[in-house]
Design a protein around this ligand. Sequence first.
Ligand SMILES: Nc1ncnc2c1ncn2[C@@H]1O[C@H](COP(=O)(O)OP(=O)(O)OP(=O)(O)O)[C@@H](O)[C@H]1O
Length: 340
Amino acid sequence: MIEVTDLTKLYGSTRAVSGLTFDAKPGQVTGFLGQNGAGKSTTMRIILGLHTPTSGKALINGLRKHDLRDPMRQVGAMLDAAEVQGGRSAFAHLQALAYAGGIGRRRVVELLEEVGLAGAARRRIAGFSQGMRQRLGIAAALLGDPGVLILDEPANGLDPDGIRWLRTLLRSLAAEGRTVLLSSHLMTEMSLTADRLIIIGQGRLIEDASMADLLARFQSGVLVRSSHAARLSKALEAAGATIRPAHDPDAGEEPVLAGAGATVHPAQDTGLGQEPAPGWPAAAEANARPVRDPGTGAQLLVTGLTAAAIGDIALANGCAVHELMSRRTSLEEAFMEITQ
Ligand SMILES: Nc1ncnc2c1ncn2[C@@H]1O[C@H](COP(=O)(O)OP(=O)(O)OP(=O)(O)O)[C@@H](O)[C@H]1O
């Protein structure tokens, strides 16, 4: 368990952390997010007793780090993998840490295997890639088999396989009842790994929520691309929808009409089973020519209506729809909205 209470840290006139209160519970991966300079590393360093707070408290299992008995067995941390001395081998580095903590050589061998460095155990760390250094840092954090883990950007430099390995490892450590506090700028990875999120900005708490609640709050929506965006927006708003312009990575792309020489197959049956409405131009059947319309392509993000309802309203109002896609808000989008 990690408990941070009313924590403040000033570096001269810089307020790095300001009245911050949150906890990280056993059995969960708690994601710690914030823009650059938000105060994540400072908070982690204070929890680990490496910096002194200006005021407030940061406790691990109810005690300050310096007051923990047998600290290596209670808390493991990785803050900056690049800090590790390069002259030693991976084995010698871990062995020295293990020795200082009264931990046997067997654990070192076991961990080198677990983090995928067994084959490089006798190589000098100076020749390690960033990903290998990260793996070594994670092994060092796990040496004492601690109940609390604090990891600052552990996925940095890991390849996709390594990132997946790390996710599985952290999930299983939490499933064993450990407390995992994790910072990362990799939002997709964070959304797959963390149960709960603490988001800070300028040293203050902005958000403390479960991942599920947070994503649910930032409503999913339906992306609609229409050449009659203004008319369609009005009709959708009249039906109770909220409309925002959507980020459009394909802006400028030429529109493609169903039926413009395309072959159309029925998609998976959604159970809706409607007949085409009267007046439907049967574009799919007609060998219509591609239409180039500079107005086509305005993309809207619609919330409050289903894709089916939007399609019906578009049809009833004679609005051409070129794209209609349900989508869920990503953690990255939620994060941007929260922190801006
Ligand atoms: N040792 C220090 N001396 C002076 N100022 C510092 C020190 N450490 C951090 N700061 C300042 O405190 C603020 C918070 O920095 P911190 O490194 O904790 O943020 P962060 O959220 O970890 O950022 P990043 O995501 O970029 O690592 C920043 O304004 C930073 O410049």
